[in-house]
Design a protein around this ligand. Sequence first.
Ligand SMILES: *[C@@H]1O[C@H](CO)[C@@H](O)[C@H](O)[C@H]1NC(C)=O
Ligand SMILES: *[C@@H]1O[C@H](CO)[C@@H](O)[C@H](O)[C@H]1NC(C)=O
Ligand SMILES: *[C@@H]1O[C@H](CO)[C@@H](O)[C@H](O)[C@H]1NC(C)=O
Length: 302
Amino acid sequence: MFVEVPLCILALAASAFALPTARAGVIQSRQAITALSTAQIESYKPYTFYASTGYCSPSTTINWSCGANCQANPSFIPVASGGDGDGVQFWFVGYDPTLKSVIVSHQGTDASEILSVITDAEFELEAVDSTLFPGVSSSVEVHDGFGKEQAQTATAVLAAVQQAMSAHSTTAVTTTGHSLGAAISLLDALYLTIQLPSASVNFIGYGLPRVGNQAFANLIDSKLPNLSHINNKEDPVPILPGEFLGFVHPSGEKHIMDDNSWVACPGQDNDSDECTTGDVPTIFSGDTSDHDGPYDGVEMGC
Ligand SMILES: *[C@@H]1O[C@H](CO)[C@@H](O)[C@H](O)[C@H]1NC(C)=O
Ligand SMILES: *[C@@H]1O[C@H](CO)[C@@H](O)[C@H](O)[C@H]1NC(C)=O
Ligand SMILES: *[C@@H]1O[C@H](CO)[C@@H](O)[C@H](O)[C@H]1NC(C)=O
């Protein structure tokens, strides 16, 4: 699929060539890039289906009767859902008795839609909302478009997660999503960690754009040390917004290589050519058709 790329993105990409080689405060990792085993790759699959199911409207999700991707986790117990797929992305919260975790998922977007959100000429890095994220330093900044999206559903999601934790006597919560849904769910993971100190929160996202600045990435690394953001091949979305604009990914990248093997990339924005930041230095080397997957055989969508 060829997506017409707005001029502003071309300008952003061109400036990416001037990227300095070292950034202040970057967390460098001493670990090696390692291949994931087949079992490790397969362990992500239920979450991949949940990220995909985020696309389904609540009327189908709550009854768990939408497409094949949402029927792939048949033991799922829905708790709450919302959104309208227009001004508010669809979302759902429920419990997976096999994973023994509360699941939160937000609807994603296709490549052209996320690129237009990311490159909205008005966007700014903005301090996180001090009501939703009490105690977080004002130096922690996020893309204001993503911040506004997360704020729209935050309290409803929080109430549903509390209800699910209590109904199923669990402290495990996993937030997931693809594309814009991944950005919202990453912010949800931080939000739930802060609002529910008893919860053990993790995030597993797909095709995640850069959400915030260096202080944000460092905070995520400290609060969510086991998260995964999975990037498929030459998907350009994860390299946007550009690092030169002050955006930094948290650690935890898993990169799907051209031969369909998966590698774990240590550190933030690892620039090895086995990882997305190195493999896709500019959007000219990206392929938007990689954004929707397949992620171990799963294409995103309801
Ligand atoms: C779920 O399915 C039942 C029976 O098909 C239907 O009556 C109900 O309205 C559905 N719920 C939602 C939220 O769509
Ligand atoms: C870290 O997350 C992976 C899935 O992403 C999971 O298999 C593993 O058990 C988790 N490890 C810890 C220590 O929570
Ligand atoms: C990228 O991975 C290599 C291991 O291959 C590691 O030495 C390097 O520090 C990592 N880069 C960052 C930015 O963490």
